[in-house]
Structures are given as structure tokens and as C-alpha cells.
Design a protein around this ligand. Sequence first.
Ligand SMILES: Nc1ncnc2c1ncn2[C@@H]1O[C@H](COP(=O)(O)OP(=O)(O)OP(=O)(O)O)[C@@H](O)[C@H]1O
Length: 265
Amino acid sequence: MSNVLCTIRQLSITYGKDATQPAALRDVSLDLIEGERLAIIGESGSGKSTLARAIAGLLPEGTSVRGKIDWPSRSELPRPGRDIGFVFQDPTASLNPVLPIGEQIAEGARRHLGIGWKEAYEIALDLLHRVRIPHPEKALKAYPHQFSGGQRQRIAIAAAISARPSFLIADEATSALDMVVQAEIVSLLDELVRENGMTMLFITHDLALASGFADRVAIFKGGHLVEQGPIRTVLAAPQTAYARSLIANHLDLSSPPLVGRDTPQ
Ligand SMILES: Nc1ncnc2c1ncn2[C@@H]1O[C@H](COP(=O)(O)OP(=O)(O)OP(=O)(O)O)[C@@H](O)[C@H]1O
């Protein structure tokens, strides 16, 4: 687990051309390691989604970008949708309300894997099983509104990985869900990422949620990367006052993480 997937160096990002606009990210340097689960933690507006958009090449036109993002093991930039899958906070925004969910999941596989609809629907069916949607055969033909919020997020996850991306970005993917469903979705993501050997960027404001799941953590504040390291090291011995306060305020270290780890150290 030591190949570097992506190197980010001195990355500064300002939206729009207005030089007086505060930077959304300032001088961020960070490596993403192949196969790892990296949690990006920070309060609202700290630059987490901006980092994800920059990595995925999805910043809006006119954004000023300084610094470098390199993919050392790739000959071309990863393609969003094909090489990078996304799961967002609100599954209703990523699912089309008037298309059956089977078609929506199959479409990613068909378009990006160069296969026909029949094979793509087989992938969709398999994914509906894997994300544990009840009666998957029937569910293929159902519409998003026929599912619960947690189920819709499972369907959005299936759609995000149907083209078999090697890198998955989950941006506040569980924030809109209640705690029990949050833990289920995190556990599902954990399972899928392990099974598919994906690298994952897990963006959240919830350190407790990330603590049982991520390998490493990067903590952002006001566009700065204030601390990064293996999650256990950061939790046990935070180096900055900000990380210490986050841990003190948001994480009761005496309680077990929401998702169990199989390899206690
Ligand atoms: N498209 C945009 N145009 C202008 N400013 C933006 C845009 N997107 C984000 N910003 C600004 O950039 C800063 C960082 O925003 P960003 O969405 O990256 O933070 P975040 O940590 O992901 O926040 P949240 O947890 O609320 O999603 C904020 O000040 C935000 O207002």
C-alpha cells in the first residue's frame, strides 16, 4: 500500500477572478496512496469539496489554480465517471427522478466500459445485490422515489461504481442520513472499497464517523491543511491545537468507533 496515486503540491485555489476573494485552498501539499481510505475532515467552508473538485478536474471555469496535481502512475488524467466515482450528500441530486434505477446504474457501465445494455443490466443487478437493495430484479425497474433515503444512497453508490472506477470520492455521503443508516452506509462503502481494491477519499465534518474507517486523515481549516497522518496517530497524539480541539469536541475516545476495525493494533 505504498504506491503514490496522486501528488498535490502547493495547491492554492481561488474561485473567480476577483483577486480580493479569499482563497478556498491555500498552499496544500498532500499525497494520495493507492488503495488507502483517506478521510478529509474540516468544518463547513474549510475547502474539502474544493480539494475533491480539484483532484477530479471539476473546478468551474475561471477558477484560479496555483500549484500542481500529478498522477505519477498514470499516462493520462483520470476521467470523472470512469476512473473516479462520486457519491454526494444528496442522492436525489445525483439520481434522475424519471428514469428507472436499473437504467441509471447500467448507463455508467455501458457508456464507460464499452459494453451493451444486456451486460450493463447484469452489472446493475449484481450491484443492487451488493448494496443490499431488497428484491433487486424488481428494483431494476423502480424509480428513485420508491426507495428510502438510505436505500437511495445505496443506489447512488451502485451508480457511482458501475464503471468500476479505481478511485471513489464520497463527499459528505452520509450527512443527510440518521446515525444508524450513516453507520450502515459507511460500512457498505468500506466493504465495497476493500472488495474492489479502490482508493477512497472520504469527506466529512465528522471525525468520529471517519475514525473507524479511514487509514489516514487530513484535517482542513480555513483552506489550510493543518494536520495529516495515520488516523490512529492523529487521534492518539494530535500535533496541532486545532486537531486537539476537534478530537476533544467531537470524539469521545472512550466510545468504540461507529464501524469496527478488524485489525486492532
Ligand atoms: N463555486 C464556488 N464559487 C465561489 N466560491 C465557492 C464555490 N464553491 C465553494 N466556494 C467557497 O470556497 C470555500 C470552500 O468551500 P468548500 O465547498 O470547498 O468547503 P467545504 O469544506 O467542502 O464546505 P461544506 O462542508 O460546507 O461543503 C468557501 O468559502 C465557499 O464559500
